[in-house]
Ligand binder design. Structure first.
Ligand code: SF4
Length: 273
């Protein structure tokens, strides 16, 4: 852990004693970065208390489904000298392709989009990274930017826990939610005070930076995303028709839900007009 930082005293996050010990023992601290404000805030805070040589940023790219400029935003806002690795799906398939193959959108109870496109590829890349960098002594802390105030489910998640699935063969792996107790205002304030800006999509009216059309998004966010990404919106709406299944758990098709028509328009790169 780096000492003497001028920011250390005002750090608003508790560091569990076991985590402190793992960092002191030279373990790898992974910043799971979606490109969103919470990942960005967490990166700012942890880079003040963990030596850069012990930090790694990992992002699971979602290609067309994620907001343009996401990877560039991560590259621009992570500290100099901290490596960024990408964890794509091994098959190279896109989320839209997998939805079409399955004939269904994911849902809150069947959230295979997160497990297939984020968790599994990230865990695969982290296992490889640990193996390729023995100096971390097979010790890993995986930090994620989830916050309790985001949802009742997230409020129940422990801020620190052993990741039993990934602890084996001498490897110690813990999951840490360092900003679990922060509120949305804190997050934006910390980013501002660090002299950074959040991804452009927030200023454009989005409240979250997930997939542009997320199965968990509010109607307001989906409407705004439809305006900001009309070509992709039309592809989602056309997919809903083809597979006869809707992105929204309300079972309302996107055009009905958002009030934004989905007919192909002139100038739409995917319309052929
Ligand atoms: S952002 Fe939403 S749609 Fe995208 S992977 Fe996560 S839960 Fe699924």
């Amino acid at each position: 852990m780096s000492g003497g930082s001028p920011h250390r005293r005002r750090l608003p996050i508790p560091v569990p004693p076991e985590c402190r010990e793992l960092i002191a023992r030279g373990g790898l601290v992974v910043l799971n970065h979606s490109g969103g404000k919470d990942s960005q805030c967490m990166t700012i805070l942890l880079s003040r208390i963990v030596a850069r040589e012990q930090l790694l940023v990992v992002h699971a790219p979602l290609g067309e489904a994620e907001w343009p400029g996401t990877i560039e935003h991560i590259e621009k806002t992570i500290p100099d000298g901290v490596p960024l690795i990408l964890a794509p799906l091994a098959s190279g398939k896109t989320l839209l392709q997998r939805i079409e193959e399955r004939g269904r959108f994911p849902s809150a109870s069947a959230r295979w989009c997160t497990s297939d496109f984020k968790r599994s590829p990230i865990e695969r890349e982290l296992r490889r990274y640990l193996k390729a960098h023995p100096r971390f002594g097979n010790l890993l802390v995986s930090a994620m930017g989830m916050r309790a105030s985001e949802s009742p489910a997230r409020s129940k998640r422990p801020a620190w826990r052993r990741n039993v699935r990934n602890c084996k063969a001498g490897r110690d792996w813990f999951d840490w939610l360092p900003i679990h107790a922060l509120e949305t205002d804190d997050v934006f304030r910390i980013i501002r005070e660090a002299g950074q800006s959040p991804h452009w999509a927030y200023a454009a009216g989005m409240s979250r930076l997930s997939c542009s059309f997320c199965i968990l998004a509010s109607r307001t966010d989906l409407s705004r995303a439809a305006e900001l990404r009309p070509a992709l919106y039309r592809r989602y709406a056309a997919l809903e028709k083809r597979i006869d299944h809707t992105l929204s758990p309300s079972r309302m098709p996107l055009p009905e839900l958002t009030g934004v028509p989905a007919a192909p328009g002139r100038g739409d790169p995917e319309s052929g007009l």
